[in-house]
Structure formats: C-alpha cells, structure tokens
Design a protein around this ligand. Structure first.
Ligand SMILES: NC(=O)c1ccc[n+]([C@@H]2O[C@H](COP(=O)([O-])OP(=O)(O)OC[C@H]3O[C@@H](n4cnc5c(N)ncnc54)[C@H](O)[C@@H]3O)[C@@H](O)[C@H]2O)c1
Length: 336
C-alpha cells in the first residue's frame, strides 16, 4: 500500500490544509517558560556547532524607526523550519496597538510544504525573555537578587518572567517614561511572581542598585543614551532588548564582556546605521552555551548581552506550539 502523507499524525493533511493558530490559540497551547528556555538552549547548542541555517534579517521600513522583518531559519536536528514576518512600530501604543505584530509560517522539513500559520506576538515576547535568561545563566552572578526593568511593556514582563526562572530575584525596580505603566507593572508583577516591585521616577534608580538590568524601550537608530557611565554596578549583568538605544557609548564600554546572539546579524545592523559605538564582541550565545568561550569569570565583572532576536529562537519554539495544538485539537484548518 502507498504511504499517505496526509494521514501522518505529526503533519496531518500535509499538502492539503494548514493549521491556523490565532493569538489566543497560541497562548492556550504555548509551552512554559522553562520549556522555552530549554528549547533555546538546545537550539544555541546546534548554532554553536554550526548546524543551523539563518540568513541575517531583511526588512522594509515604512516609517522612521519602524520595521517589518522577514526572518527565515532552519534547525535540522529539530526538523524545524519556517519564517517569521514581524513588524515593530514604536508609535503603535498611541493607537492602542501592540509594538510588535506579525505571523509565523512553519514548514514541513522534508517537503517544504507549509503546515501551520500562527500569530507571532506571544512567541516573540516569550522567546526574547527566554534568550535573556539563557544569557543570564552564563553572564549574571548566580546570586543576583535585584533587577531593574526600563520599559514596562510586553518585553518588560516576559524578560522578568524568564529571569525569575533562572535567578533568585527578590526585588524589581520598574521605570517607564509613562509613570502609570511602571506603577501598573509593579502592581501586576508583585502579584504574579510574589516578588517585591517598586516603580521609580528616575531611570538611574532602576540601574544603580540592580544586579540585573533589562532595557526594553523603543529601538532607535540613534541611541537616546540615557544610561551614563558609572550607573551599571560592578558585578551586574545587563540585557539590551532594545539594542544600544538606552546606553551612552561610554557606559557600554565599561562592560568587561559584551555578547550578542549572532555576530553576522549584528554586523548587518551596524552596516545599516545601528550600533555605531559598541565594545568588541566577546562571544555569541552559541559559543557561551557550548563553552567555546567563557561566560562570567569573576564577581566584579560587568557583563552585557545584546540579543538581537533571531529567527532561530522563533523556529525553535513554533514546533512545540504546533505539536501541542494538534494534541489539544486547537486551531482552524485552512485549505492550501
Ligand atoms: N531583541 C529582541 O529580540 C526583541 C524582540 C522583541 C522586541 N524587541 C524590542 O523590545 C522593545 C519593547 O517591545 P515591547 O513589545 O515590550 O513594546 P511595548 O510597547 O509593549 O513596551 C515598551 C514600553 O517602553 C516604554 N518606553 C518608551 N520609551 C521609554 C524609555 N525611554 N524608557 C523607559 N520606557 C520607555 C513605553 O511606555 C512602553 O511601556 C522594542 O524596542 C522592541 O523592538 C526586541
């Protein structure tokens, strides 16, 4: 008898239908933060061994400081391949729309056929937080107890959730240019994570006393450079979710180790006008995860991770969502 691909339980209806997962579908079958961190660690191992494929992001730009990026990636060991088409528009919050919106297409790795289409806002939030946590495992002091969050939006939340998974955090300093957002954030997360959280009126207060600093405001080609030299404490770790936008170059150059998640992608951004004055790159995350390069080596080091966000992060997580959606019979089948 001939093998019928469309009856395959891993990719049902192959070549005939794809599974559409809305934002709430994705959230309903999304993996836990520890599962996402583990998926990213496996992926960064593969990346560290040179066994993945990911061209640097290409994009179009319809407004200043806005982007829509095409992000393809393949992780053969996980039979994971697909593309994220994601927009980031800083002014969206004034229209009560999310900063980040988009879709992700997952393909069958043997035939290339699209098998799922899903909203990518949840995955982008969670995988970015998880990448910060993977970096923190190698670069933060293991006893880090205080964290400053600058930018109390989606990323401010997911990064805290992920950091809480890997560090014994006790206190959060929350800063946002909209003080009401910082106050609401402090209230929400103290309830959600049983952690002390205070909102602060000055960005410096969120940096100077923190063992970990996360900057998650808008990404700007020309940094607003609010964080000055002398603010980041000795022994602290910073995660630059919004690239170098928040940092005065002299503050960045105080880092003993400056890392990123993908060096060619960082060079690509530098060529188009970002990252004009950053320290030398010590390692990428694949090199840290595979121990090709050392992470933190002393209590006093200042360490910085500038993870740009990789298609590989998304494609490492999307198959977990797809598999759980099949198990839970969530989603809508669409004819190809
Ligand atoms: N590196 C990555 O992988 C990655 C992935 C996704 C998003 N991002 C970036 O993360 C940033 C945040 O995204 P989001 O989805 O959380 O957006 P969001 O709109 O949900 O939150 C942004 C928050 O920052 C606040 N803000 C604006 N300027 C500020 C400043 N100077 N200081 C402090 N707060 C300020 C806003 O009031 C808002 O509350 C964006 O720049 C986005 O492009 C990076």
């Amino acid at each position: 008898m001939q093998y019928d691909r469309t009856q395959n339980p891993v990719t049902p209806h192959l070549g005939q239908k794809l599974l559409y997962l809305s934002q709430s579908d994705v959230a309903a079958c999304g993996p836990t933060m520890p599962e996402i961190i583990a998926a990213l660690e496996s992926m960064f191992c593969e990346k560290g061994e040179g066994r993945v494929e990911m061209p640097p992001k290409i994009g179009v730009h319809t407004m200043p400081d806005a982007f829509i990026h095409a992000m393809p990636a393949s992780i053969p060991a996980q039979k994971a391949v697909g593309l994220k088409w994601v927009g980031g528009y800083p002014a969206n919050s004034e229209r009560e729309l999310p900063y980040i919106t988009g879709l992700l297409i997952l393909n069958d790795s043997e035939t290339g056929v699209p098998i799922a289409l899903m909203d990518c806002t949840w995955i982008t939030a969670q995988r970015t937080g998880a990448a910060t946590a993977v970096a923190a495992k190698h670069l933060a002091r293991p006893d880090s107890a205080t964290v400053g969050i600058l930018g109390c939006g989606v990323q401010g939340r997911s990064n805290l959730e992920a950091l809480k998974t890997v560090l014994p955090l006790k206190k959060v300093f929350a800063y946002d240019t909209h003080s009401d957002r910082a106050a609401r954030y402090a209230q929400d997360i103290s309830k959600q994570f049983a952690i002390e959280a205070v909102s602060v009126a000055d960005p410096k207060q969120a940096v100077v006393e923190s063992d970990v600093v996360v900057t998650a405001g808008p990404i700007l080609r020309k940094p607003h450079a609010t964080i000055q030299p002398g603010w980041l404490a000795k022994g602290a770790f910073a995660s630059l979710v919004d690239f170098d936008s928040y940092w005065h170059p002299a503050a960045l150059h105080e880092a003993d180790k400056f890392t990123t998640d993908d060096v060619p992608q960082l060079h690509h951004y530098r060529d188009i006008g970002y990252f004009q004055n950053i320290p030398p790159i010590h390692a990428d995350l694949g090199e840290l995860v595979t121990a090709r390069k050392p992470g933190r080596q002393s209590r006093d080091e200042r360490t910085i991770a500038c993870n740009l966000g990789l298609a590989l992060d998304d494609i490492a997580v999307a198959p977990l969502i797809y598999a759980r959606a099949l198990e839970m019979h969530i989603g809508t089948w669409l004819l190809l």
